[in-house]
Design a protein around this ligand. Structure first.
Ligand SMILES: [Zn+2]
Length: 429
């Protein structure tokens, strides 16, 4: 195993002096203390150095450093799992696994967590594209506000979607859930646009175009799953970050380095998917029905210019799931979960101070046993990188340090502007 270690400071641009304009002669000490504290925090933030370890040509950071940076001071080992928390936010991380739990929601990382010198190591791109936006959502700079929700019922017309002997076709189910969600979202104050409101075929590119053309919007694409008869539960998808494989792939290929329109809202995408997954999992109840947040390059995700997530609301191919899906009560609870997930997303973006606490607590049903059980499916398999070295360019930055005042933070969009022609059309979703 070839490895190197180097350090890097977080890309912080110095802000204007925070003490300017204070009247010392006012003999009020509070502003002085505040000023000093902010200046110290600024210095500490600038001093933070990430120790990067390069393993197999990929950069990793230890879970210990992640805990230090995010001030997750309580560190506990429960079996092979490390629990890092500050009492409000938490990460559960396990070496040699591809999933990580963040604030109680399972997320599929782009690359497995590795063990190195006894430490659990997480890849740099997973830190910047998954952990950072979920632990510090109020630091997300793009698309801070929105007033419209684009609901995208999957399939329609000649495209039936998944079919089963127990349920209506997927196209009918997805439209039903969207139609149930619409009045709930409108009552919550949002405008709602449907990519289809009847049984009609709408091309995937057109759905993404609708989301792109509607200003101040987010898109929720609604689907139901089909697969092995034993597979059940809910899962959500956000666009795969540039330079990473999709969750269903064991290979990293040339097309994974393509810069896509959806990458402009990477941080929003994962926050939206995670918020929806949390609420859907809560609606389902049982832990084994929470399949987590995954990554994919579905057309509706990659071509959308608005923050977007795709949800899979259960398996029509599983008799247990199909029984639930067939009831109006369950589909209504899915509609409620969509509304609540969108509201949670907005609350976290705006930095509602109570949101992180509420989410961490809500995710724990049993405070005695907070660790999400390991699941066999999540055990890491090696990812084969078939990309020629010439196409490998840095695709991520470390999280910028959060400063309370007017700090300027360099853009996370370290994009490859000279990347060659787009990949050929791939008809997935
Ligand atoms: Zn579908």
């Amino acid at each position: 195993m070839f490895e190197t270690t180097h350090t890097t400071s977080t890309p912080v641009v110095a802000s204007a002096p925070v003490c300017a304009g204070l009247n010392i002669r006012a003999k009020k000490l509070y502003p002085i203390f505040l000023c000093t504290a902010l200046a110290l925090a600024h210095q500490l933030a600038e001093a933070f150095e990430w120790k990067l370890v390069t393993i197999h040509e990929r950069e990793y950071l230890s879970a210990e450093q992640v805990a230090e940076f995010y001030q997750l001071g309580q560190k506990t080992s429960i079996g092979p799992t490390r629990l890092l928390t500050d009492g409000k936010r938490e990460i559960q991380i396990t070496a040699d696994h591809q999933t990580i739990a963040i604030n109680g929601v399972k997320h599929w990382l782009s690359f497995p967590v590795l063990e190195h010198d006894g430490l659990a190591m997480v890849s740099r791109v997973d830190l910047s594209r998954t952990i950072e936006p979920l632990l510090r959502p109020s630091s997300i700079k793009s698309c801070k506000t929105f007033d419209t929700v684009v609901l995208d019922p999957g399939h329609g017309g000649m495209d039936n979607g998944a079919q089963s002997r127990w349920t209506p076709d997927e196209k009918t189910l997805s439209l039903d859930v969207a139609q149930r969600s619409k009045p709930l979202l409108e009552a919550a104050g949002f405008k709602v646009v449907m990519t289809r409101n009847r049984d009609v075929f709408v091309p995937l590119e057109e759905r993404a175009r609708i989301a792109t053309l509607i200003p101040n919007s987010v898109m929720v694409s609604i689907h139901f799953n089909s697969g092995d008869r034993s597979a059940l539960g809910v899962e959500s998808y956000a666009l795969s970050p540039r330079g990473t494989p999709s969750s269903s792939s064991r290979r990293l290929s040339y097309t994974d380095y393509e810069q896509l329109p959806g990458h402009a809202t990477d941080s929003n995408n994962i926050l939206l998917a995670s918020s929806l997954q949390r609420r859907m999992a809560m609606a389902r109840g049982a832990d084994n029905e929470n399949r987590g947040v995954k990554r994919a390059r579905f057309v509706v995700l990659k071509d959308s210019g608005s923050p977007s997530a795709l949800i899979e609301c259960g398996f029509v191919s599983n008799s247990q799931d199909a029984k639930k899906i067939s009831t109006t009560a369950f589909r209504q609870s899915l509609a409620t979960a969509i509304r609540d997930g969108v509201l949670d997303y907005r609350a976290q973006l705006s930095g509602a101070p109570e949101s992180a606490t509420i989410f961490a607590m809500a995710a724990r049903k049993d405070s005695e046993n907070p660790v999400i059980p390991l699941d066999h499916e999540a055990i890491a398999k090696p990812i084969v990188d078939t990309t020629p070295p010439i196409f490998k360019r840095r695709v991520d930055l470390l999280p910028p340090v959060h400063l309370p005042a007017e700090a300027k933070i360099s853009s996370p969009a370290d994009t490859n502007k000279t990347h060659p022609a787009p990949a050929p059309f791939r008809p997935d979703y």
